[in-house]
Design a binder for this molecule. Structure first.
Ligand SMILES: Nc1ncnc2c1ncn2[C@@H]1O[C@H](COP(=O)(O)OP(=O)(O)O)[C@@H](O)[C@H]1O
Ligand SMILES: [Mg+2]
Length: 572
């Protein structure tokens, strides 16, 4: 509950350069009198709305509030209490001032003026301009009765009075969040698309690499196998060749002994031939001579014959030995020839074998090279492993994005639930539904108190139907000014009562600007005065009238305004 204490102002509207102060708590009922144009509305309506909301109650521009004669130093100060705290708002024009004091301390002004105002409305007075004017002010000029507000404004006022506008604020925030979430979803979609195409590309890249590598390994395997087959054939040939050579060499293993024997026989034959020559010379010498060469004596024939016989015998022996030996030597020589033929063969074969072995060595080298190259190719799968690792990290990224998406979807679900609760047909509509019968009951109660016998009904869309006895349904506009005023009064009192119940837009002030001067007839006035009295001591009611005389006896306290010279002032 807000208790407004006092408002003071200078150079404000028709008021001059010295402060005029209005004590707002002086009496539960105050009659404010003064002729038309003497400054009553400036003093009580515009001053307070200007202090609270930075704008006048009447429909003029803000600069027009500055006193037109002094043209500067326009200032309004409003003091009030909420719970134990005292507040003062200072607003000025020329120069521009906006200050809020809590318990004499200036509240931090770092914020922008707009946010400072927001803080004042949302955190301190917890009322906005619309709900304040609907609950505090009833007046003929500039006042827009609830019934003449648009559906949206009616909703705003009722939500404020029911203190449920927090749901609207939450709804606005929620809508922002939903919009942000949509953006995040879009971004997530984009990231997911990129991740998926990255994975697909990587997979096909790896497939190509694998196919390439497998093909070249297979190629090497085939070439190695072919080379090994070839090599086996060569080896077999080589083995066979070695066997043949060994076999041949075995057939000539007498080679050395044959050549030794040939040497021996040749030497023997030479010796025998030498002996033969010697014997033949002896024989020639014996046959041609019959005397001894030394002694000159004649040699007997017999003796010569014996000697010839002996020598011839020896010669014969030698001859036959020589023949045998020659036969034997010839045998050996032809054997030797055979052996040499075989050896020439062996030599040819050996040459071929060497060539074969050379080929085998070369083939070995070739196979080793192929194996090395195959190893290299298969170790090149390192790069495939690397690509696979890359693929894994892409997949992890995709999983993270998917996780993020699930979170976003979860959030979206929560938002959807919150949205269904916060929209107009959600919680608010439940609360409004709960209070509508109370509001209608209160309005009808006040209408009856003012002898206005009609059934007023406000529906969930805040459209009214008013049924008068024996008549069809009426709309607000079809009533007379006096009747409309009574409906407005009943609504205002109903809002005040609801505000009191909810402790929301609840305050001590009630200002009725020239309500009694025009439309309320004598009957209504008395009933309404009763109603005002019933509002209790916690209320400070100001009834502004330029025809105060017939009301004077009904009020304990009066406050008068007059215009002296060019400036308005209070008179007792
Ligand atoms: N900026 C201003 N400077 C001086 N006088 C002004 C200014 N604006 C309006 N007025 C005068 O103030 C008077 C209006 O005061 P108002 O509070 O509406 O009177 P009341 O409510 O007593 O009928 C008018 O006489 C009007 O000409
Ligand atoms: Mg006025």
């Amino acid at each position: 509950m807000i208790y407004f204490e006092k408002v003071r102002f200078k150079n404000f509207g028709s008021f001059g350069n010295t402060y005029t102060e209005v004590n707002l708590e002086k009496s539960p009922m105050t009659l404010v009198s003064g002729n038309n144009g003497h400054g009553k509305s400036f003093a009580l309506l515009d001053s307070i709305t200007f202090a609270l909301f930075g704008k006048p109650f009447r429909k003029i521009n803000i600069p027009q509030l500055v006193n037109s004669i002094n043209q500067k130093d326009c200032s309004v100060e409003l003091t009030f209490r909420i719970n134990e705290n005292k507040y003062k708002i200072v607003r000025g024009l020329k120069p521009k001032i906006f200050e809020i004091y809590k318990d004499d301390n200036l509240i931090d002004q770092h914020a922008k003026a707009k946010d400072y105002q927001k803080m004042l409305e949302e955190q301190i007075i917890r009322m906005n301009y619309k709900s304040f004017t609907q609950v505090v002010i009833l007046g003929s000029s500039s006042f827009v009765p609830f019934m003449q507000l648009t559906a949206a404004d009616r909703r705003e006022v009722i939500e404020d009075i029911l203190d449920i506008n927090i749901f609207s604020t939450m709804n606005t925030l929620l809508k922002e969040k939903i919009a942000a979430l949509k953006e995040e979803m879009k971004e997530n979609d984009r990231k997911r698309d990129i991740a998926v195409s990255k994975i697909e590309m990587q997979k096909s890249h790896i497939k190509t690499l694998e196919e390439k590598s497998k093909k070249s390994i297979d190629d090497f395997d085939i070439r190695i196998t072919e080379s090994m087959c070839e090599q086996n054939l060569l080896q077999e040939k080589s083995n066979q060749s070695v066997e043949v050579i060994d076999g041949l060499l075995k057939t000539v293993d007498d080679k050395d002994s044959v050549s030794v024997k040939i040497g021996m026989f040749e030497r023997l034959i030479t010796q025998v031939e030498n002996k033969q020559t010697r014997y033949e010379k002896q024989l020639d010498a014996v046959r041609g001579k019959n005397t001894c060469g030394e002694c000159g004596q004649k040699i007997p024939q017999e003796m010569i014959d014996n000697m010839v016989g002996d020598t011839e015998e020896k010669l014969n022996e030698l001859n036959s030995g020589l023949t045998e030996m020659t036969t034997e030597l010839n045998k050996l020589l032809s054997r030797n020839e055979e052996i040499n033929e075989v050896l020439v063969n062996v030599q040819t074969l050996q040459k071929e074998l060497n060539e074969l072995n050379g080929k085998i060595n070369a083939s070995n080298q070739h196979i080793r090279n192929l194996q090395k190259m195959r190893e290299q190719v298969s170790s090149d799968t390192d790069s495939i492993d690397e690509e696979n690792e890359k693929l894994n990290s892409y997949m992890e990224d995709a999983e993270t994005i998917q996780k993020e998406r699930r979170q976003l979807v979860g959030m979206g679900d929560s938002y959807a639930v919150a949205y269904s609760l916060l929209k107009d047909s959600g919680i608010k509509s439940k609360i409004i539904k709960h209070y509508l019968p109370i509001i209608n009951k209160l309005i009808n109660h006040y209408l009856t108190s003012m002898d206005f016998f009609a059934q007023f009904h406000l529906d969930e869309e805040f459209n009214e139907t008013i049924k008068s006895r024996h008549r069809d349904a009426f709309s607000y506009m079809s009533f007379s000014e006096g009747e409309k005023l009574r409906i407005d009064l009943s609504l205002l009192l109903a809002w005040r009562e609801i505000a009191r119940l909810k402790n929301s837009a609840n305050c001590n002030l009630l200002i009725l600007d020239e309500v009694f001067d025009s439309s309320l007839d004598g009957m209504g006035t008395d009933e309404f005065m009763k109603l005002l009295h019933s509002l209790g001591k916690k209320c400070n009611i100001f009834v502004i009238s330029h025809k105060a005389d017939h009301l004077a006896d009904k009020f304990p306290v009066m406050m008068g305004f007059e215009k002296k010279g060019h400036f308005s002032r209070i008179v007792k």
